[in-house]
Write a protein that binds this ligand. Structure first.
Ligand code: ATP
Length: 377
């Protein structure tokens, strides 16, 4: 008789104090992390920060030096890889070249002794939109199609958690963008927990509902992509998720404003406001930052005035780069620092040129304050 599929219970994946040392070197440093059931979770960080090692411990391919991994009430820390309700999709798809696409997808079920697999295979091929290619062999497929076979092959085993290790790394940019949207669609459709490892901030922000930014074996900050981008907690996060225009400043007071009110900051002699809700540090020396697309440039002495509550005067445009939908300006400030501004190319404003004197305007609501004891770079 046909084996029935295990019930999709689903549970949070919880890492507690998870640690991996290699010959005294701490690759993963007492990680505490909860991945909510059904979420698309991205572990994002630079090369060598420990994200693959973390994933391999969850998969059971690497023995932790310390800490625990639990799925709901089950402690899976020391389970053999094949006994965990977890599957991994790697960057190298590792398909069987001599088997058809359908047979590749069926592999996991057949190995577990299932006889009737046709229905499940059809459903999976349909999910990844490869029904027409079922009888081909991997070499006759594009990279993106092979990636989708690898995904179907993992999903057919009905894991509770799907681990994805840089799964799109081998694809060109355009295909990678398509697959990002595709992966997100599939995750929503199957409702499984996806844990996606990447060093590409755009990829993490596009797909994940929760991003954990990892640096040197620990988590710097975790949350929804917009929150990490708008309210970075550390200079590392601020810089890893884009350009942050960090300027040395000092908190001089407070003022009423939206929500919790504003901090008043001295920035090289000019008073600037920052929403208290975006400030990690609320007194003394800080880094104050604003994202490039939140800043509006106006020509000095021109008729247009800036719409926002903050204004830094007397910058000079030092570089103009046309990037299609927007233009990137570098602006040298009187104190010597260069700030970056993105301006949408709507055609509504005349473009500024190198050497033009400009003022920078932006809102206190988009201003964040970080600990000045951290490096800005
Ligand atoms: P990448 O994006 O380059 O794969 P990563 O963030 O996934 O980087 P890991 O592969 O987890 O990083 O490696 C974390 C650190 O642990 C690195 O400094 C790496 O050199 C080290 N490391 C990984 N595996 C081993 C091993 N088997 N023996 C010794 N050191 C290792």
């Amino acid at each position: 008789s046909q084996e029935t599929a295990p019930p999709q219970t689903g549970a949070d994946l919880v890492l507690r104090g998870l640690t991996k040392k290699f010959a005294g070197f701490v690759a993963v440093d007492a990680l505490d992390l909860t991945v909510p059931q059904g979420s698309f979770f991205a572990l994002l960080g630079p090369s060598g920060c420990g994200k693959t090692t973390t994933l391999r411990m969850v998969a059971g391919l690497e023995e932790p030096t310390g800490g625990t991994i639990t799925l709901g009430s089950d402690d899976i820390t020391h389970l053999k890889p094949y006994k965990r309700p977890v599957n991994t999709v790697f960057q190298s798809y590792a398909l069987f070249p001599h088997l058809t696409i359908a047979a590749n997808v069926a592999f996991g079920l057949r190995r577990r002794g299932r006889k009737k697999v046709t229905e499940d295979v059809e459903r999976m091929l349909d999910l990844v939109e490869l029904t027409e290619l079922a009888d081909r062999r991997p070499a006759q497929l594009s990279g993106g199609q092979q990636q989708r076979v690898a995904l179907a092959r993992a999903l057919i085993n009905q894991p509770q958690v799907l681990l994805l290790d840089e799964p799109l790394g081998a694809l060109d940019l355009k295909l990678r963008r398509q697959m990002q949207i595709e992966l997100k669609r599939i995750q929503t459709e199957v409702g499984l927990t996806f844990v996606h490892v990447t060093h590409d901030q755009e990829e993490a922000m596009t797909m994940a509902d929760t991003v954990a930014v990892m640096n040197a074996g620990h988590i710097e900050q975790m949350g929804p992509p917009e929150l990490l981008y708008e309210s970075p907690a550390t200079t590392f996060v601020a810089n890893f998720l884009g350009q942050s225009n960090l300027v040395a400043a000092r908190v001089t007071g407070t003022a009423p404003g939206d929500g919790d009110g504003d901090l008043l900051l001295d920035v090289h002699g000019t008073t600037v406001r920052a929403a208290r809700s975006r400030a990690v540090v609320t007194e003394g020396d800080v880094w104050v930052g604003v994202r490039p697309e939140k800043v509006v440039l106006t020509p000095v002495g021109g008729t247009t005035s800036g719409p926002e509550d903050n204004c830094l005067r007397d910058g000079v445009v030092s570089d103009v780069s046309f990037v299609g939908v927007s233009t990137q300006y570098l602006v040298r400030m009187p104190w010597g620092q260069e700030l970056t501004v993105f301006s949408q190319n709507t055609g509504a404003h005349e473009r500024l040129r190198g050497g033009d004197p400009v003022d920078l305007h932006w809102s206190g609501a988009h201003t964040f304050c970080l600990d000045a004891s951290q490096d800005a770079a």
